[in-house]
Design a protein around this ligand. Structure first.
Ligand code: HEM
Length: 562
């Protein structure tokens, strides 16, 4: 049983080497911690410490023996307690009420429609008005989570989605979020986190189709493979993004989420059987290598060359790739190469294995997504077996294009959640920070900012849900054609929403979001990540133009009347 203390017990630790403090009726022994307070200080904090204006130890000693909840919440957010609780909490006050019992399990809801990808009839879909709501979940700050988290009905989500949401959230809140700042600064995420992505079945669940049970023994705890759908996949990325770091998400799913699907969909069986199990287990890493130093969104102009050897057994690859996510850690590179004439009909996709030799990688210094390992890759006379051709020779453009919808939807999911993180952090801060005698939330100008954030978040998210539902109801090629325009438009919508929310949250946080780490740390980091979403995967300009061109082309086939 956890230890309990009276207020007098705590008061007897008001001085000297063993200060105790109370935060929210829990008792913390900060004796050992006081010398290192404020924890691992950021560079700015270190400078501050050197000036002597911030005395972390003295601050703690001033509140030793007392209830310091008010002061604590003024300067920290929840992440700090999550990180240090295990290490510093020694018990609770004897007056603290026992925690509320865990909410009862959700009543069996009406199963949400989960049409198979091949089933385009969806005649069994019940009208949305009849869908049962799930039990409310999370902090219930309006618009800080999707509405189905907050007691509203949805036709898309059932109890398996609710269970997965909780499974991922608990993992992220306990093992990821408290450390994300350190990882971002260190430009790396510890290998055991990626390994857990494999063991928890999350890598397998992020392929954009059926759960690949055949190639992995790992299963997602809260949802059986046969019930797994695209909304589960969406949830995985969404909940990972709550950590508020593009670098983290790209480290864990950036290279894999775009590099692996072409292998699975278009790779030869022997190749897939040989390498997919290691990738899904989190032992081997794969990335997508398309962009080149002078060729981004203009895929048809790529120049990295692959020449067939005289005996016809290998391609010899020479060329360079730039801004390749996860490249420095990758064992496999799903690479766009030129095997034929100029233009889109001379492109192929090869699976290049690092151990073939001739592959060198160097980390690039970028503005944001710091822990994602953005890389410059050079291929020099790399010998690639012809068996590693993904799709058909000179038909790589189709492989690349098929991949784009999945990639862009992933970007959208992240942008919407990052926007929510900006909004949620700003909303919480606005309730505690006072200026001119009022809390920020009591100023109309601040409410206006939050309202503009919320309306854009909800509009974007609801479009996203609809697109995911459409993807579930269509074959992949049909989706590529019919939804390509809408997905391009949605990508631009989501990155602009993200940019807007990062900016407005930063205005609300003021100086705290200008320095790294601390209370405004998530906003500062996300602000730096914005361009990593607005530019790759198709820049906003290209996306908006494509949304019109593609949609018009498709609707012409539908018989559009102008
Ligand atoms: C369990 C107790 C505490 C822990 C684990 C803790 C931890 C930390 C950490 C890690 C930081 C670095 C900044 C950040 O990442 O947010 C920090 C900053 C700070 N802490 Fe604490 N702290 C505790 C209690 C307190 C208390 C009781 C006070 C005030 C009476 C206080 C005042 C501050 C101040 C003023 C800063 C600098 C805030 C800033 O950079 O804007 N801390 N603390």
């Amino acid at each position: 049983m956890a230890k309990t203390f009276s207020k007098d017990d705590v008061a007897s630790h008001s001085k000297g080497d063993s200060p105790w403090i109370i935060i929210d009726e829990d008792v913390y022994d900060v004796s050992k911690f006081q010398d290192e307070h404020p924890g691992k200080a950021s560079n700015i904090q270190k400078m501050w410490l050197q000036t002597g204006m911030f005395r972390g130890k003295k601050i703690l000693q001033r509140v030793a023996g007392k209830d310091a909840s008010k002061q604590f919440w003024k300067y920290h957010n929840e992440g700090i307690l999550k990180k240090y609780k295990g290490q510093l909490q020694i018990g609770s006050l004897n007056t603290k009420k026992a925690a509320e019992p865990a909410p009862k399990p959700a009543p069996a809801p009406t199963p949400a429609p989960t049409p198979k990808q091949s089933d385009s009839s969806n005649s069994s879909v019940p009208p949305p008005a009849k869908a049962e709501p799930q039990d409310p979940y999370g902090d219930l700050v309006p618009f800080a989570d999707p509405s189905w988290y907050q007691g509203y009905s949805s036709p898309y989500f059932n109890e398996t989605h609710a269970a997965l949401r909780d499974e991922v959230r608990q993992w992220v809140e306990s093992e990821i979020e408290p450390y994300v700042h350190e990882w971002d600064e260190g430009k790396e995420v510890p290998g055991h986190i990626y390994k857990q992505m494999g063991e928890r079945g999350y890598l397998a669940g992020l392929l954009g189709g059926e759960f690949p049970s055949k190639h992995t023994p790992y299963r997602i705890k809260s949802v059986a493979p046969e019930r797994y759908d695209l909304f589960h996949e969406m949830l995985l990325t969404d909940e990972l993004s709550r950590a508020g770091s593009g670098g983290l998400v790209w480290n864990l799913v950036g290279g894999y989420g775009i590099g692996c699907p072409p292998l699975v969909k278009f790779g030869k069986k022997e190749l897939v059987d040989r390498i997919l199990p290691g990738i899904l287990a989190g032992d081997k890493r794969i990335c997508l290598a398309i962009t080149e130093p002078d060729g981004g969104s203009d895929v048809a102009s790529l120049g990295c060359e692959a020449k067939l050897s005289e005996d016809g057994k290998h391609y010899i690859v020479n060329g360079e790739k730039k801004w390749i996510t996860n490249g420095i850690w990758a064992d496999y590179f799903t690479t766009a190469v030129r095997t034929g004439k100029p233009g889109m009909n001379g492109l192929s996709v090869l699976l290049i294995e690092r151990e073939a030799g001739g592959v060198s990688t160097r980390r690039m210094d970028c503005q944001g997504v710091l822990s994602s390992g953005t890389t410059y890759v050079t291929f020099e006379d790399v010998k690639v077996p012809v068996e590693n051709l993904i799709g058909k020779e000179n038909q790589g453009f189709k492989v690349i294009m098929t991949n784009f919808n999945h990639e862009r939807i992933g970007i959208v999911i992240q942008c919407v959640r990052f926007s929510r993180v900006c909004y949620e952090e700003a909303m919480k801060y606005a309730h505690k920070r006072k200026t001119f005698g009022k809390r920020l939330i009591d100023h109309a100008v601040i409410r206006m900012k939050l309202a503009h954030m919320a309306r854009q978040i909800e509009a974007t998210y609801n479009w996203l849900e609809n697109i995911i539902f459409q993807c579930q109801c269509m074959e992949e090629t049909e989706a590529m054609l019919k939804l390509g325009g809408a997905i391009a438009g949605l990508k631009a919508q989501s990155t602009q929403t993200f940019e807007f929310c990062a900016r407005e949250a930063s205005q609300i946080f003021g100086g705290l979001s200008y320095s790294r780490g601390g209370q405004g740390g998530k906003i500062e980091r996300l602000y730096r990540d914005v361009r990593a979403y607005a530019i790759p995967g198709g820049s906003e300009e290209i996306m908006l133009d494509l949304s019109m061109r593609q949609s018009l082309r498709v609707h012409q086939m539908f018989g559009m009347k102008l």
